[in-house]
Ligand binder design. Sequence first.
Ligand code: ADP
Ligand code: MG
Ligand code: ZN
Ligand code: ZN
Length: 315
Amino acid sequence: MVTKAIGEVCGECGGRTYVIERRGDRAHARVCTCSARCELCEGRGYAYEVREESFSAKVGPKRYEVLVPCVCQRRAKRLEHFNEVGLPGVMAHASFEGYRAFNEAQDRARNLAMHFAHHYDKAGVNKGFILSGPVGTGKTHLLAATLKHLVLEVGLEARYVEISLLYATIRRGFQEGKSGGEIIGPLSEVEVLAIDEMGKGRGSQFEMETLDELIARRYNAARTTLFATNYSLEPERRGTRAAAPSGYRSTEDTKSAAREMELLRERVGERIYSRLCEMCNFVEFPKETTPDQRRMRQELEPRPGPPPGGMRSGR
Ligand SMILES: Nc1ncnc2c1ncn2[C@@H]1O[C@H](COP(=O)(O)OP(=O)(O)O)[C@@H](O)[C@H]1O
Ligand SMILES: [Mg+2]
Ligand SMILES: [Zn+2]
Ligand SMILES: [Zn+2]
C-alpha cells in the first residue's frame, strides 16, 4: 500500500488512478495502488449526492441526499471495458504525449487522432480516420492512444483487431457453420472499432465478403471505425496505373498489378474503399521522410562490443 501526502501526485499513475501495463501479449489496465481503497466512499461503492428540487411553490426548493454509484465504480467498469479492447501488449505505453511527429503528415495525424478522441460526441455521428504509411511510423501507436482515451476517459466500448486475426475469426466461424452476420455481430455493434493492417494478407472470398459486410453494417449504422494500413491511399501520386478493378473478385492479373501499386483501393476493392472514404478522414505519411521508429531505436540502443567509431565485426 502506497501512502502519499495530501496534494501530492502519485508517481505511479500521475494522478489518473489507473495504470496500463503489458500482461502477456495484451495491454492490461488496473486500478493504481494509490487508489486501491476509495477515499470517497471508503470502499462502499456508493456516495451521497446532494440534490436540490422544488416539489411545491409553497415550500420552495428543498435539499436532499441521494445514493449514487461512486466514481470508483465507474472507473472499475471502464477498466473492465479496456481489458476487452484487445490492444497488443506492446501498446501499453502508447499515448498522444509520447508521439513524436517527424513531418507535417505525422503532426496532422496526431492532431486528427487527438481531436477525434477529445471531442468525441457520444450522441452524434463521429467521422473516423485512416492512417496510411510505412511500418514503424506509429500508426498502431495512434490507434492505441485513441482507444485508450475513448474507453478510459470518455467511457466508450471499443475493439481493436488486426486484420489477420479478424480473418482468422471469420474462418473459425465459417468452419463452425456460422453465417457472416453471426461471426461479425459483436464487431459490427461496438461503438468504436479499430481495424489495423487493413489490406494485408489475401482474404478468401468468404473472408472478404464478411469484411465487406462488417464495413457495410458499421457504415449503415453510422458507427465510427478507425483504420491503419501500410498501403497507399492516393493513386494520382503514383503516375499511370492499370485500370481499377470493379470489386474484390479481381483476377490474378489485377491482383498482381495491385501488389505492385500498393494501393489500398486495389487491396480491399472498390466497394469497401468507397465506404472508407465516406467514413473517414485520411492521413498518409510520405514514404521518403517518415522514419521507422522500430529501426531507429535499435540503432540508438548501445550494443555490447567496440565503442562507436571503433571496428565492428560484420553482422
Ligand atoms: N512517431 C512516433 N513517436 C513515438 N513513438 C513511435 C512513433 N512511431 C513509432 N513509435 C513507436 O515505435 C514502435 C512501432 O510503432 P507502431 O505504432 O507499431 O508502428 P506502425 O503501426 O506504423 O508500424 C512502437 O513502440 C511505437 O510506440
Ligand atoms: Mg502497426
Ligand atoms: Zn497512483
Ligand atoms: Zn468510491
